[in-house]
Design a protein. Structure first.
Length: 213
């Protein structure tokens, strides 16, 4: 019995180590069937009750079935191993339609000190195809030096007097780099309940125009 328990713990540790290696090597990690279809359906019903339009979102909704997803034990174990300290969820975002966000790195919107003590996780609440707004990402792009001169833009810095123009400059610069280096985009084509976790410097965005339900 003790030997069996040790083997199970070893296998779990090895699995977590492989997940962390994927985040460090590739910049992302895909977890299949992370959330059960029953739990996904609960969230789907909740989303259908919301009057959210394209590009609108809600943050950190205080509903047990949403908090349960945010506090997923496997994701937190992976994050804790990646950070080498205890991890905790800090914010939840819920979208009814594809985000249509341009390719970006999360560090330009929020970051940490020390750097990179942050991960993002996206759970598919329906089957995702190329036609209904998949998340797009560029493998290994987290290894490219970040656009740190665009981080933390605000009216309190002399580097930025117009947040909108500042963001447009940032998006254009990333777009030019992608074209110059001929970086290849990949798409997270998922089944409901699948999860994508990514490094804070992985270039990613939202693809296609949202379709009305």
């Amino acid at each position: 019995m003790i030997k069996d328990l040790e083997d199970k713990n070893y296998n779990k540790s090895l699995e977590i180590e492989k997940c962390v290696n994927s985040l460090n090597d590739n910049g992302y990690l895909i977890l299949k069937n992370l959330i059960s279809l029953e739990k996904v359906k609960n969230v789907q019903k909740y989303i259908d009750s919301l009057s959210l339009g394209p590009k609108e979102r809600i943050t950190s909704a205080n509903h047990p079935f949403l908090l349960e997803i945010s506090n997923n034990k496997k994701v937190l174990k992976i994050a804790s191993a990646f950070f080498k300290e205890n991890a905790a969820p800090i914010q939840g975002l819920l979208f009814k339609y594809p985000t249509q966000q341009k390719i970006h790195q999360d560090t330009v919107h929020f970051s940490t000190f020390p750097r990179d003590l942050m991960l993002a996780a996206w759970v598919a609440l329906e089957d995702i195809t190329i036609d209904n707004g998949p998340l797009e990402y560029i493998q290994n792009s987290h290894l490219i030096p970040s656009f740190s001169h665009y981080e933390f833009p605000s009216r309190h810095t002399n580097r930025n007097k117009n947040n909108k123009n500042y963001n447009e400059q940032y998006v254009q610069e990333i777009s030019k780099l992608i074209e110059k280096l001929r970086l290849k985009k990949s798409f997270f084509l998922a089944k409901a309940g699948d999860c994508l976790i990514w490094h804070p410097r992985l270039m990613h965005g939202g693809n296609t125009t949202p379709k009305e339900k």
